[in-house]
Design a protein around this ligand. Structure first.
Ligand code: ADP
Ligand code: ASP
Ligand code: MG
Length: 404
């Protein structure tokens, strides 16, 4: 059986006309003799709206109820797609995560798919049906509905492709593929033909919203190739696959940037073992994600300065936790909102010397001050003032010859 998994993101199902268009895309694959499994996200804006409602009800909204609430948007979109296919005379129905079931483990709001029961969907495909499956949701061993983290329909599609051994997994979205940088931020951005899982994972984790980072981990572990393309224009998209399949002569494959970051500096912290752990332990307990961390060399061996970044949404909570932390001493606490992390990503930097220098020089020529630096084997990240993001993207895009 030749199976294709088609995933439609929020903007692709964002209106009645767009849903009619989705039905036409599905029809196209049927005509090509594919058995089609469809995964849909909620109509654009719906999940955000539900999250906001939960916040208005309580600033401590229960996690399991949150999952029930925010997963409901997918049900609406799926039934509209199935309804349109039925209208066209095709056999289709909606399947909610628990009806299959799609089994997850891990905490609410960030569960992972571990098993998908194939039987009912296989039977349905054999009968000529088109299953429209709610993305983003599953069910755990206690029969509670779970969700897979924001953007989690990507993971639903990838795991369905794995369990059903699909020939193709196509992620339909509102841009034509994965670009060298967000095409909505830089008009010069170019579509990437092929990108490795490792690079895509870095790009996504460092801010490229086009794919959910965890879904790329799932794809890499399960060797699922992904095609990302537009649901609005018929053009070849981007293939996400293993490194060995790719020929790329560029040193840098892409550039990502983050929004809404804040910087926290503790000045004059005691320089002794265990201090960093005392600072970060309560943050971690409160699920505050600490990103870049730098500690200055202590000039006198007694005191040091420690800087780290967090999401601005967590800033007030972080301030409170640090001020109430009796196990640490410092002279001064500085918070700065409005910083952004810019990262260049590419496996080419492993074998090419001088990439760091070129990045720093390009930023210096544009009078962009670097506040924090962090690196890994295939990425270099710098923290800069948010005002300079566009300027930095433009400069780096040009420096690493991504403009053409
Ligand atoms: P969907 O609703 O289809 O899941 P998302 O909004 O999650 O779509 O992801 C698509 C968006 O990702 C694009 O509109 C684009 O602004 C953003 N994006 C960020 N970085 C990139 C990139 N490098 N390439 C393509 N899109 C990107
Ligand atoms: N609707 C969910 C969200 O907005 C899942 C998804 O879009 O993939 O996060
Ligand atoms: Mg998405």
């Amino acid at each position: 059986m030749k199976i294709v998994v088609l995933k439609f993101g929020g903007t692709s199902v964002g209106s009645i006309d767009k849903i009619k268009n989705v039905a036409n895309i599905i029809h196209y694959y049927l005509k090509k003799k594919y058995k089609v499994i469809v995964v849909s996200s909620a109509m654009s804006g719906v999940t955000n709206d539900l999250v906001n409602k939960s916040r208005k009800i309580s600033n401590n909204f229960c996690d399991s109820e949150y999952d029930i609430l925010v997963s409901s948007g997918e049900q609406v979109a799926c039934s509209l797609i199935a309804g349109r296919l039925l209208h066209k005379g095709l056999k289709s129905r909606t399947w909610l995560g628990w009806q299959i079931p799609i089994i997850t483990h891990g905490p609410h709001k960030q569960s992972r798919i571990i098993q998908i029961n194939k039987k009912k969907i296989m039977d349905y495909l054999k009968e000529g049906g088109i299953p429209i499956i709610t993305g983003f949701q599953g069910v755990n061993k206690d029969s509670r509905v779970t969700t897979l983290g924001r953007g989690g329909s990507d993971a639903s599609a990838i795991m369905l492709a794995k369990f059903f051994n699909a020939e193709k997994c196509v992620i339909y979205t509102d841009v034509q593929g994965v670009y060298t940088t967000d095409p909505n931020k830089l008009s010069n951005a170019k579509k990437i033909k092929e990108i490795s899982y490792e690079e895509m994972l870095e790009m996504a984790s460092l801010g490229a919203k086009v794919m959910q980072p965890i879904s790329i981990q799932d794809a890499r572990l399960n060797k699922v190739d992904i095609e990302v393309k537009s649901s609005f224009v018929r053009k070849t998209g981007t293939l996400i696959t293993k490194r060995a399949n790719i020929i790329n002569n560029k040193i840098i494959t892409g550039i990502s940037s983050t929004q809404n970051d804040s910087k926290v500096s503790l000045i004059g912290v005691k320089d002794k073992p265990g201090v960093a752990a005392s600072i970060f332990r309560p943050l971690s307990k409160n699920l505050i994600n600490v990103d870049m961390v730098v500690q200055n060399i202590s000039p006198n061996g007694r005191e040091t300065d420690l800087t780290f970044t967090i999401k601005s949404d967590d800033l007030n909570k972080t301030k409170k936790i640090i001020k109430e932390n009796k196990s640490i001493n410092f002279r001064k606490l500085i918070f700065k909102k409005g910083v952004s992390k810019i990262s260049i990503i590419g496996v080419g930097m492993i074998t090419t010397p001088g990439v760091t220098f070129r990045m720093f020089q390009a930023l210096a020529e544009n009078r962009i001050n670097i506040q924090v630096i962090s690196t890994s084997e295939i990425k270099i990240s710098v923290l800069i003032d948010k005002r300079n993001v566009k300027k930095a993207l433009t400069a780096l895009h040009k420096e690493f010859k991504l403009d053409y």
